[in-house]
Design a protein around this ligand. Structure first.
Ligand SMILES: CC(C)(COP(=O)(O)OP(=O)(O)OC[C@H]1O[C@@H](n2cnc3c(N)ncnc32)[C@H](O)[C@@H]1OP(=O)(O)O)[C@@H](O)C(=O)NCCC(=O)NCCS
Length: 87
C-alpha cells in the first residue's frame, strides 16, 4: 500500500493534499483505504491543518470511499471530482 500526501501550508490556507492512494489489489476492500484516510486526517490535525483536499476521476469507485469518509465535491468537471473535507 502507499499514499502520497502533502501535509503543509499553502499561503494563508493550511491544508493537506492527498496526491495518490494505492492499495495492492489483493488487499483491497479490507478497510486499509479507510485506515489510511483516518491516519492522514489525524496527522493533519496534529499539524493544525484545517482541511484535506484530493482529486479523483469522477467515475473512480474510490469516490464512494471518500464520500463515506466525509469528503464533499467542491468542483466537478468532465473527468475529475475535486473533493475536500474540513477537519
Ligand atoms: C482506492 C483504494 C486506495 C481503497 O483502498 P481499500 O483498502 O480497498 O479501501 P477500503 O477497504 O477502506 O474501502 C473500500 C472502498 O474502496 C473503493 N474501491 C474498491 N475497489 C476499488 C478499486 N479497484 N478502485 C478504486 N476504488 C476502489 C470503494 O469505494 C470501496 O467501497 P464500496 O465497498 O462501497 O465499493 C484502493 O481501492 C486502490 O488502491 N484503488 C486503485 C487506485 C486508486 O484508484 N486510487 C485512488 C486514486 S484518487
Amino acid at each position: 500500500m502507499c499514499a502520497l500526501v502533502y501535509l503543509g501550508s499553502v499561503g494563508k490556507v493550511s491544508h493537506s493534499i492527498i496526491n495518490a492512494i494505492h492499495v495492492t489489489s489483493a488487499y483491497r476492500n479490507f478497510g486499509i483505504g479507510k485506515w489510511i484516510l483516518s491516519y492522514i486526517e489525524a496527522r493533519a490535525k496534529l499539524l493544525h491543518l484545517s482541511q484535506v483536499k484530493l482529486r479523483t476521476f469522477y467515475t473512480n469507485p474510490a469516490r464512494r470511499l471518500y464520500l463515506r469518509h466525509g469528503f464533499q465535491d467542491v468542483l466537478v468537471d468532465k473527468n475529475w471530482a475535486f473533493m475536500e473535507k474540513k477537519l
